[in-house]
Write a protein that binds this ligand. Structure first.
Ligand SMILES: [Fe+2]
Ligand SMILES: [Fe+2]
Length: 202
């Protein structure tokens, strides 16, 4: 993802449209925040299981990618749960479901499909409702997650295409928004402008 002069938002970006055959069930923004936390909780658990599977199958770099994406989804859960708790202080985050990985190539494809769904259907749908409700906080966290998920999909497809010729690059996770950069050739997060030295290395 290239660095822009301004932090990307739903207002200054042109890739926030919802796919025509949307399958997202949309409720109020509070409902949508809870649905997003549920979805991210499942994704995080799934990716942690995929990391273990990748390691067992000898794909060390892909195991690190899944560890980074699993941690990224936890960041999204924290952002979204924080907005929920600002209106519903007793809200408790759902428990992680059981999850297991299969063959690593198929785990990467399944992961990319899930990320594409989130970035092109779920989050843009939720952003639209948040805008209609004038909920700036929800719009902000949904936007950051939406932008990060597209990069996760890209990284999964990159790993899929290079599964038999990996390099030694590390993955770096932005602790603020869940963006992940492959390799150390970057200065700051293209989504939230957090400097590279604050990133977590996998
Ligand atoms: Fe993701
Ligand atoms: Fe970031």
């Amino acid at each position: 993802m290239n660095l822009r002069d301004v932090i990307p938002t739903a207002e200054n970006s042109t890739n926030f449209n919802v796919v025509p055959e949307s399958i997202t069930e949309v409720g109020t923004t509070l409902d949508n925040l809870k649905a997003a936390v549920m979805g991210e909780t499942g994704a995080s658990a799934k990716y942690a299981a995929c990391a273990l599977a990748a390691k067992a199958q000898g794909y060390d770099q892909i195991a690190r990618l899944f560890e980074a994406t699993s941690a990224a989804e936890q960041i999204h859960i924290g952002l979204e749960a924080g907005v929920i708790q600002s209106v519903e202080p007793d809200y408790e985050r759902p428990a992680a479901p059981d999850a297991e990985g299969i063959a690593t190539d198929l785990n990467l494809i399944a992961g990319a499909l899930g990320e594409i769904y989130e970035t092109s259907d779920m989050y843009p749908s939720f952003i639209k409702v948040a805008q209609e409700e004038g909920d700036k906080k929800a719009e902000f966290v949904f936007t950051r997650a939406k932008l990060a998920e597209a990069v996760h999909a890209e990284l999964y497809m990159d790993a899929y295409n290079n599964i038999d010729c990996p390099d030694n690059d590390a993955y770096y996770l932005c602790p603020i928004c869940g963006y992940i950069h492959k390799g150390d050739d970057f200065e700051k997060c293209p989504i939230c402008f957090t400097p590279a030295d604050k990133f977590r290395k996998f």
